[in-house]
Design a protein around this ligand. Structure first.
Ligand code: ANZ
Ligand code: ZN
Length: 813
């Protein structure tokens, strides 16, 4: 029985790649293909999600390299964060030692998986060589006016007398992780990056990100949450004018009460006179975001004058009005807003309709009963005096002037609070002096390095007395260091730039090279980063460009792929508690890395989830063994060759067609289809050999083509085959097979068929009845049909819209 032994083969080729520097990219490369996977958090254990993520980028990087591209494919470690502190506590070690051990373990596993990274460019965020640049960039941001101190609510443990990070507050009862005391919320000043200054640009830029999944773009749009509206002043008894923010100025005649957020200055003023209001404000401020009902609120005894009607309407303080949204005050229109409606019913407040559906709307005006439920659509004005009959849009425009208001745009996006009260992060490079206030640590004193870790109740930096006490850079007097560290999302907001010049000692990255090498051409990672990481990285890129650290790079990632989940064999999420996790190490040991890689890549297209399957693993394993055997027999001269007969021409044509098809599928990130093509080619060669005496040249070309097409996904086996076939050098560095399809071969048809399969898969996944009909329906005109199906069934939108090929083929069709 001929077989290859993966435990011997795989390490051998890993060393060969290393010796030949296959994955290294020269600093003087121009405009390389930048292929990047989101770097892992250093938990120490590689899981299947990582394996999938990194197999995708590795296969693509290898494919591009074989096509003659210079490829930048780096790896690094997202290595700051609370888990390291917790692990250090549990194991009686310190976060640094624990983290470094994890990194070594994970690096070994990456090598064992055959992932080809340029290890000379390894970046580790918890090293001073890296985080000094977080500090330096913080100062750059500050100089650009993008750093502010603002009040933020923090968790305070009254017993430990310390601030706690959110992760240190446990359970619904919100207990201190150390002493189980219920925590309190306190307002304290924190450092913020004013990402809101870039809200509009971050929103605009999304339109151009056509290589991103639509659902991610939509999530960012919602997160930024642009609302165009107006502000108008209401007179509130003796407290004077109070500005409100509204997106529905057309409804102003229907305002039947007025409402202030508990944190609004006027609410606080009223609280000074009114005990009931004072109690309410205090209670509301202690409550967590979603604790209170929409109906929670209290009448203040005061009245506001509606400028539209001259009516006096009661003023409430209500928790559903948020202090830091708009102006923190609103006029409420129960007839046309759901929350106002609920509140009004509960507090017995009048409900007055001022908008009714237009004549051709889906709803008959007769059927609208605002006493029952709010009518929240636009329409025509009623009960609005001389303005009756205006459309909502007309009224919104006109009323800004009529009621002396102002156009105003609001965003949901908040500034980014980066202060964390914990040890394992980048120290914020500020010093507090009694006389001078906050003073920056001068550049020559960077990095501010973390002191030795100590086990303590609160933030270890607070306990590091010697480290904390310093002198003021301005006046030389005694001063204390800022003891908060940075949110670790700061680290990941620019790590992709550090790879470009990881050793650079006098700047975070080389501006010229970064500007040439950026943006990242293919970025692959989990959907959980749709908003925070991906938005922060976009923000950083724009700022860095604006302060001339980059030259004309406005977006960091051109193409984005979110890989789907790897589920357990039972179709559930893999987890310890379910006991259905499959350890990558076990698979590597038992079957080898190539089997794992092949199985994962054949199982589904990258965006789709799939369930682990022992059978699938077996099938991948035996396919690799079979290919190996066929090539081995060929190499040993065991195959009888002849003229090849009539079918030789057909086989030759199929070889070219396979190369063309597989190439196209690799480009489209449809690795499963590419591999399907390779499997078909291999079985054709096997039949060719059995049916006739094949001609040697064609047969050999078939094997060479199959080996090359397989190599990005199963790189070790690829090398082994290449060696048997007497190839020059390494297959990893050889040329990709020419991808010219034979003239009469309809590659487009194959692609459309594959795409149709994708649609069916998607439709199956989201559970639409009768996928067949839908598949047939979409065939003639991909784009429009798919879009309309997506519209009809809400839950299909993300999946279907994500399938960019559908749209591409739609345009072609
Ligand atoms: C009057 C009104 C009438 C509103 C109406 C809506 C419907 P959306 O709905 O997402 O566009 N608002 C204003 N400031 C607020 C705050 N600090 N906290 C909570 N809600 C606030 O958001 C805009 C609407 O949210 C605004 O328009 C305001 O209610 C409410 F028939 O004003 B509206
Ligand atoms: Zn000073």
């Amino acid at each position: 029985e001929r077989a290859f032994d993966h435990s011997e083969v795989e390490p051998r080729w890993q060393s060969a790649w290393d010796e030949a520097d296959v994955f290294r990219i020269d600093d003087d490369a121009t405009d390389p293909e930048y292929v990047l996977a989101m770097f892992p958090y250093t938990s120490g254990q590689l899981h299947m999600g990582h394996v999938r993520n990194y197999t995708i980028t590795d296969a693509f990087a290898r494919f591009e390299r074989m096509r003659g591209e210079s490829v930048l494919h780096p790896m690094g470690w997202d290595s700051f964060g609370l888990p390291a502190e917790n692990a250090a506590e549990e194991r009686d070690t310190n976060p640094r030692d624990w983290t470094m051990k994890c990194i070594d373990q994970m690096r070994d596993q990456f090598v064992e998986m055959g992932f080809g990274y340029d290890w000379e460019r390894e970046v580790t965020t918890c090293e001073p060589e890296y985080y000094q640049w977080n500090q330096w960039l913080f100062k750059q941001f500050r100089e650009a006016g993008l750093v502010e101190r603002q009040a933020a609510e923090l968790n305070w443990c009254p017993s430990c007398e310390t601030v706690l990070a959110d992760e240190q507050v446990e359970g619904e009862a919100e207990l201190c992780w150390r002493c189980d005391t219920p925590i309190e919320h306190r307002e304290m000043d924190q450092w913020f990056l004013t990402i809101t200054d870039y809200a509009e640009e971050l929103l605009d830029g999304l339109d151009g990100l056509e290589g991103w999944p639509n659902n991610v773009r939509e999530m960012q749009r919602n997160w930024i949450g642009k609302q165009e509206g107006a502000s108008v002043a209401f007179e509130v008894s003796e407290y004077g004018e109070v500005d409100i923010f509204t997106t529905r100025l057309d409804t102003i005649h229907g305002a039947t009460y007025f409402s202030l957020a508990p944190g609004h200055p006027v609410a606080r003023e009223i609280a000074e006179e009114n005990d009931e209001v004072a109690d309410y404000v205090e209670m509301a401020e202690q409550a967590e975001a979603d604790d209170l009902e929409v109906t929670s609120g209290v009448f203040t005894g005061e009245y506001a004058t509606n400028p539209a009607t001259g009516e006096e309407i009661p003023v409430y303080v209500a928790d559903y009005v948020l202090t830091d949204v708009g102006t923190g005050a609103l006029y409420a229109v129960p007839a046309h807003d759901d929350r106002d409606h609920e509140f009004a019913q509960h507090h017995d407040i009048d409900i007055e309709q001022v908008v009714e559906p237009v004549a051709d709307a889906d709803v008959d005006p007769e059927d609208v009963d605002v006493q029952e439920a709010a009518y929240t659509e636009d329409g025509l004005l009623v009960n609005s005096g001389e303005f009756d009959g205006l459309t909502s849009a007309e009224a919104r425009e006109e009323f800004v002037e009529v009621f002396d208001g102002e156009h105003r745009t609001e965003y949901n996006l908040r500034d980014w609070g980066i202060s964390r009260q914990r040890y394992w992060g980048t120290p914020i490079p500020m010093i507090h002096c009694e006389d001078c206030g906050y003073v920056e640590v001068p550049d020559e004193d960077l990095p501010v390095e973390l002191p030795e870790f100590v086990h303590t109740t609160g933030n270890p930096l607070d306990a590091a007395e010697e480290w904390k006490q310093t002198s003021c850079p301005d006046c030389g007097g005694s001063a204390v260091r800022e003891t908060d560290t940075m949110d670790t999302f700061v680290d990941s907001s620019w790590y992709f730039l550090r790879y470009v010049s990881p050793e650079l000692a006098d700047a975070p990255f080389d501006t010229a090279r970064a500007s040439d090498w950026m943006p990242v051409d293919q970025y692959v990672g989990g959907i959980e980063h749709a908003v925070m990481h991906l938005l922060y990285a976009r923000f950083f890129t724009k700022v860095l460009d604006d302060v001339d650290l980059l030259d004309g790079v406005r977006e960091p990632f051109v193409n984005l792929t979110n890989q789907g989940m790897v589920l357990g064999e039972n179709g559930n999420k893999m987890s310890k508690s379910r006991g259905n996790g499959v350890s990558p190490q076990r698979i590597i040991d038992e079957y080898g890395a190539d089997t794992a890689r092949l199985f994962i890549m054949e199982a589904a297209q990258p965006e789709k989830e799939f369930a682990w399957s022992a059978e699938g693993v077996q099938s991948a394993h035996s396919f690799l063994q079979n290919v190996y055997r066929l090539v081995d027999e060929f190499a040993d001269g065991e195959i009888t060759f002849g003229e090849g007969g009539e079918i030789a021409e057909y086989v030759a044509r199929e070889i070219d067609a396979t190369a063309a098809r597989a190439t196209e599928e690799y480009e489209r990130f449809r690795f499963n289809h590419a591999l399907q093509a390779v499997r078909e080619l291999v079985s054709l060669l096997r039949r060719y050999r059995e049916a006739t005496d094949p001609d040697r040249a064609t047969f050999e070309r078939g094997l060479v083509t199959a080996a090359k097409l397989l190599a990005p996904v199963a790189p070790h086996v690829g090398e082994e085959l290449w060696q048997q076939l007497d190839g020059d050098g390494l297959i990893a560095e050889t040329e990709w097979p020419s991808a010219e399809a034979p003239a009469d071969y309809d590659i487009e048809r194959r692609l459309v068929e594959n795409t149709r399969e994708d649609v069916r898969d998607i439709v199956d996944t989201v559970g639409i009845e009768n996928p067949e009909t839908i598949t047939l329906a979409v065939a003639p005109d991909w784009k429009h049909e798919v879009v309309s199906i997506a519209r009809e069934a809400d839950n299909v939108v993300p999946a279907v819209m994500q399938n960019e090929e559908l749209q591409r083929h739609g345009e072609a069709a």
